[in-house]
Ligand binder design. Structure first.
Ligand code: 6R9
Length: 653
């Protein structure tokens, strides 16, 4: 059996050349590929000089004990100094670092000089709480400036942070606190989401009743919502405004080894306990700073950058905190949801701050498509010059919609493939170089080695599909799974000898460009053919009535698996006869991809189950399609979605 059956299903002929002005002034040109190809390590050594080192590294990569990499191992630096202080020292203290926009409409503009004072105070506060270099700090905060300040304060004192999404349950929080053996938790009374104050602190209180959390000696609490009657544990809980505000705003950063741990971030995976992905300092910051500069063509003096991710996701770590700030960028930080108080909120923010570079996820683009073209059309989006996408394969139709309705058919769209484990962007067009193709992440960045292999680890020829692998170590790679070196080897380095297995299906098209086809676990087996969920979903989304689709393979006596599609209709298309709609969509998929890819069942639904980072949780849909009880739902944004979907099922066509 091969993936070849799926490799050539989808044909995409549209091409978009970079705008001439952007190409002429781009930070990175085609020459970077040549340079990195000629001397990969020399290329990364040069990128490391983007940073300020207390001790410049003389070594680049130590790969003497694979798969355990060391980058720039004899260099020493302070990550927070690189993100804050050096800009102030360079005379940029008055530049705005963060435009904070709270969901209820409160705002703050924080300059680099203020950020330096805030981070220094928070670093002094953590030190007063007894946090020392190497101690882990759990951060469970909404999207407020204190989240960024806390992360940088931890980095400043060498205490690895572990962020936990504000939407995760007490259970999920407890598991992560225990695994990292955190000593302090930073949280808030609550945050604003969908027009309501939602509580956070009670989940911390509950998590800290669980066995294994005894080492948490302090809980630092930001007052965000002003919640009354908050439970308070004397001697453990302390208000941010009491402790942090009375600290000195001076703090001397200490340099740490390049391989000093910077953070742990948990990824859930489909089975087993969450994996604590460990990132370190010098290599991570080098690649994040470089990729932010290259992929977003960031001009710090004129751009206003906005990454809409939550800081609790790796995208927030790398492209809200460490990338933009290491590059001295001005950026937007928005607390809330895109449709509060109205469905044009994001576009209103773009207009208000003159956002030039927007980085978001396909799920948000598909939601905007569903709400209708007229909503973004009401706002002035002419400041935008580059659009980015991350988190899932972006369906070609959503890509084209994004470029047309948000980017005025003018801005390049960069589809960036990467993972928590890779730390930073790995495969992406460069906005001033690459002729883009809707739906494809296209080419590895300069200095990155990626390819597609078959079951026997042989590189596939152009026009064929298989598994995405990374063939050389990269600076921001994970160093291990926290506390579990063996699981690190087993998960990523044992499937294909000497290569990193990403867990994603991929194909190379006839030009050698890479297309991501979804997680390998999601690939469906239908009558002897491997079919990618991504391609069937993209075919469905290319039908004018469909805004979003999730496809799963359900066990089937005749065909091994049968394709079951859950679709969200565009506004205006809902409410018709489900039976004839299903026929229409089936015929459309057959025409786009071939009869083998035709879904057996099509179910219109109002919502799909998603993680907080916007990824569709197909395994829950598989549970539904196979009439099983649902698996772990703790990382779901909204678990009531599943009740609605299950209620739908008896009427399946
Ligand atoms: C950054 C991030 C990683 C998984 C990854 C892949 C999917 C991310 C993608 C993409 C296709 C893209 N993914 N970006 N798939 N095209 N541009 O998302 O990290 O949360 O760890 O998820 O997300 O399946 O393996 P993380």
């Amino acid at each position: 059996m091969s993936n070849e059956s799926l490799a050539n299903l989808l044909k995409e002929e549209r091409r978009f050349a970079p705008p001439a002005v952007l190409a002429a002034e781009a930070n990175v040109t085609a020459q970077a590929y040549e340079q990195a190809k000629a001397d990969r390590l020399g290329f990364w050594a040069e990128q490391a000089r983007r940073l300020s080192w207390e001790t410049e590294p003389t070594e680049t990569l130590d790969w003497s004990n694979p798969p355990f990499a060391k980058w720039f191992a004899d260099g020493r630096l302070n990550v927070a100094y690189n993100c804050v202080d050096r800009h102030v020292e360079n005379g940029l203290g008055e530049r705005v670092a963060l435009y904070f926009e709270g969901e209820p409409g409160d705002t703050r503009a924080i300059t680099y000089a203020e950020l330096q004072r805030e981070v220094s105070k928070a670093a002094n506060a953590l030190t007063e709480l007894g946090v020392r270099a190497g101690d882990r700090v759990a951060i469970y905060l909404p999207m407020i400036p204190e989240a960024v300040v806390s992360m940088l304060a931890c980095a400043r004192i060498g205490a690895p942070h572990s962020l936990v999404f504000g939407g995760f349950s007490a259970d999920a929080l407890a598991t992560r606190i225990v695994d990292a053996d955190a000593r302090v938790v930073i949280t808030a009374d609550g945050g604003y989401r969908r027009g309501k104050a939602s509580l956070l602190k009670p989940a911390v209180d509950e998590a800290l009743t669980r066995p294994g959390t005894e080492n948490v000696r302090s809980v630092l609490v930001v007052r965000r919502t002003g919640q009354e009657d908050l439970a308070w544990t004397e001697g453990r809980d302390v208000w941010w405004h009491d402790l942090v505000e009375r600290q000195s705003d001076q703090h001397t950063p200490e340099a740490f080894d390049a391989e000093h741990p910077l953070f742990i971030l948990y990824t859930s995976g489909t089975t087993g306990k969450p994996k604590g992905i460990l990132h370190t300092s010098g290599g991570y910051l080098t690649q994040i700073s470089y990729t932010h500069h290259a992929v977003f063509d960031l001009k710090p003096e004129s751009d206003v950058f906005w990454c809409t991710a939550d800081v609790g996701w790796v995208t927030g770590h790398s492209y809200i905190v460490y990338g933009p700030l290491s590059n001295g960028a001005t950026e937007v930080l928005y607390e809330g949801t895109p449709d509060t108080p109205h469905q044009g909120r994001w576009w209103e923010i773009v207009q208000k701050y003159g956002v030039t570079v927007l980085y978001t996820a396909p799920t948000a683009i598909r939601a905007a498509m569903k709400w209708g073209d007229d909503i973004p059309a009401k706002f002035d989006l002419s400041s935008l010059r580059i659009l980015g996408s991350v988190g899932e394969p972006i369906n070609p139709e959503a890509w084209v919609w994004y470029r047309k309705h948000i980017g005025a058919d003018r801005t390049p769209v960069v589809d960036t493939w990467w993972q928590t484990e890779t730390g930073g962007i790995m495969i992406s067009p460069l906005p001033g170089v690459t002729e883009t193709k809707p739906g494809s992440a296209q080419v590895p960045l300069p200095g990155i080695a990626a390819t597609v292999v078959d079951d026997e680890a042989r590189e596939v020829p152009d026009g064929h599909g298989g598994y995405l692998v990374l063939t050389e170590p990269w600076p921001s790679m994970l160093r291990t799974i926290w506390g579990d070196d063996q699981r690190y080897r087993d998960t990523y380095w044992s499937r294909f000898e000497g290569r990193y297995f990403a867990g994603d299906g991929a194909k190379k098209d006839d030009d050698g460009d890479i297309w991501l086809l979804g997680r390998v676990d999601d690939v469906m087996l239908v009558s002897g053919h491997n079919i990618s969920t991504t391609e069937v979903e993209s075919a469905l989304v290319s039908h004018p009535k469909v805004a979003e689709a999730a496809v799963v393979g359900a066990t089937d006596p005749q065909t091994t698996q049968a394709i079951c599609a859950f679709v969200i209709l565009r506004s205006g298309a809902a409410g018709g006869d489900e039976q004839s709609l299903a026929e229409e969509l089936r015929a459309h998929v057959a025409k786009q991809l071939g009869p083998i890819a035709k879904p057996k069942r099509i179910l219109p639904v109002a919502e799909l189950p998603k993680t907080r980072s916007g990824k569709i949780m197909r395994r829950l849909l598989r549970d539904v399609a196979e009439n099983r009880t649902l698996g772990d739902v703790t990382t779901l944004t909204d678990s009531s979605v599943m009740d609605l979907i299950q209620a739908k099922l008896p009427s399946a066509s």
